[in-house]
Write a protein that binds this ligand. Sequence first.
Ligand code: SAM
Length: 214
Amino acid sequence: MDTYQIERKRMVEQQIARKGVHDERVLAAMMSVPRHLFLPVEARDYAYVDSPVQIGSGQTISQPYVVGLMTELLDVRDEHHVLDVGTGSGYQAALLGELAAEVHSIERHAELAESARERLTRLGYENVYVHVGDGTQGYPPHAPYDRIIVAAAAPSVPDPLLHQLAEDGRLVIPVGKRFSQLLEVWDRTGDDFHKSTSIPVVFVPLIGQEGWEG
Ligand code: SAM
């Protein structure tokens, strides 16, 4: 094992599993995706610490535990078609690429999207597609999605995301105030939507037509 693998193993055991994420597929994906390669070179020493890290354009890669918890809550299966809103570094998209059949990831900052796309291609993620746009509108060309995950905080759940869920689809999204939110899990059964809530979180704002003003 190289140093990064040792640090990654420690992250998975001490920050993710110990705090209650037990889904074996999620833990295996977090063990296999090289998180340090999703950070700017000067920030790689912080890749496996228990906090968010700056990735440029004023944005962050989320805290590993929150990524693990959200991915577990999403309950992704092999055959799923997934939408990831807020590509950022592309790390969450890579994890989803390990777990699902196909992933569409959308980012509003073109430069972040471009570097995430290059990184994911270099690392061989052929089932992950990065798009530039306002993810509060979802991504209609490939809807419906079995699963949708949002890595930025919304003032309320965007309707287009609920309506781009497939039958039996699930959406995981932080919703609340600008600087404090709750993780919400929305399940669709036919035309019915059921919401449950998980832990308090703090995410950067989801900026767009159905989000916050930029
Ligand atoms: N999932 C990312 C990762 O693994 O690195 C971290 C995402 S970061 C916490 C939130 C991202 O959401 C930022 O890159 C931000 O630019 C993006 N974002 C905010 N509003 C958005 C919108 N309406 N559509 C798409 N992306 C948005």
